[in-house]
Design a protein around this ligand. Structure first.
Ligand SMILES: Nc1ncnc2c1ncn2[C@@H]1O[C@H](COP(=O)(O)OP(=O)(O)O)[C@@H](O)[C@H]1O
Ligand SMILES: [Mg+2]
Length: 287
């Protein structure tokens, strides 16, 4: 083929090939003060709503708690983060396909180890995480409750931290403890509050108000309220059916609330820092 024909061919190919989107991967860490408040359900349904809006999303399950994201989707992972670390696999090898094209990485048994990694294994983990930059729009870290010092590093490194609370006092005081610890390390940590399982607008409003007041009074920190999800019997039904409620019952009150939450989030001014690369830098230098 002559040079000219070759150039022409390249031009045509460029036009017919779909444009490769440049993605600025944003990292969201979902956490809480105590377990069982609904972190995994919030992470999963929030993620699926983003997927429905044409976003590429990946959940990394770092929760040692009760229902893991794979169980909530009714899928079983072939590989996990733990197997990646133990067998020195690439992160790509452990990415699993969830429902509706959602990608996920399952924690696996003993995932708590990730929070106390050192040396070679930690380097391996970071190097592999780095490879995710640009691959997806959002990485959602479903973290465990009441994190250790090491676990906290994941929260500090994220672009956004979603703090999930229930209206009950123990959930609120434990969450306040998390906020205080985050604030002590870095007052600028972008924490957004989600109230889950409120039985009415009033209860959600009161919970948010009390939390905000405490935060302002004792930490001098204004905390964003992302929204609230009602206590909805359909959530339990969906959990039992091992199908995310937003898919199983799209018209349920909880599903509508998540929809609202996602829109509120997308409308907020972006706290985007440096995505995965920024995340890694912060993870490595946070002591
Ligand atoms: N909005 C809700 N309404 C009713 N029940 C809920 C709601 N959110 C969570 N639950 C219940 O709480 C349980 C624990 O939720 P989960 O997401 O596993 O919590 P976590 O990840 O914080 O441990 C679920 O199995 C479900 O039965
Ligand atoms: Mg969980």
């Amino acid at each position: 083929m002559s040079d000219q024909a070759n150039r022409l061919r390249q031009e045509v190919m460029k036009r017919i090939q779909p444009q490769v989107k440049v993605r600025h991967t944003k990292v969201i860490a979902v956490t809480s003060g105590k377990g069982g408040v609904g972190k995994s359900n919030v992470s999963l349904n929030f993620a699926l709503r983003l997927v429905a809006l044409d976003k590429e999303v990946m959940i990394i399950d770092l929760d040692v708690g009760m229902a893991n994201v794979d169980v909530l989707m009714g899928v079983s992972p072939k590989e996990t983060l733990v197997s990646m670390l133990e067998q020195n696999l690439t992160l790509e090898a452990v990415i699993q396909k969830g429902v509706n094209g959602l990608q996920y990485i399952s924690g696996g048994n003993g995932i708590g180890k990730v929070f106390s990694l050192e040396g070679e294994q930690l380097n391996h983990f970071f190097k592999e995480l780095n490879a995710l930059h640009g691959l997806v729009d959002y990485i959602i870290l479903d973290t465990g409750a009441g994190l250790s010092h090491e676990g906290m590093r994941f929260l500090h490194a994220a672009d956004d931290v979603f703090l999930v609370i229930n209206p009950e006092p123990p959930s609120i005081t434990d969450a306040y403890g998390v906020l205080k610890a985050l604030h002590a390390k870095d007052p600028k940590t972008p924490v957004k509050l989600i109230i889950n399982r409120a039985i009415s607008d009033q209860e959600a409003g009161r919970t948010a108000y009390n939390f905000q007041q405490a935060s302002e009074k004792f930490l001098n920190k204004t905390i964003d309220i992302l929204g609230w999800i009602p206590d909805d019997v359909m959530v339990r039904k969906a959990v039992m059916a091992q199908s995310p409620y937003i898919l199983e019952y799209p018209n349920a009150k909880a599903s509508e609330a998540v929809d609202q939450l996602v829109h509120t989030y997308l409308d907020l001014p972006s706290t985007y820092k440096l995505g995965v690369k920024g995340f890694l830098t912060k993870m490595l230098f946070h002591k």
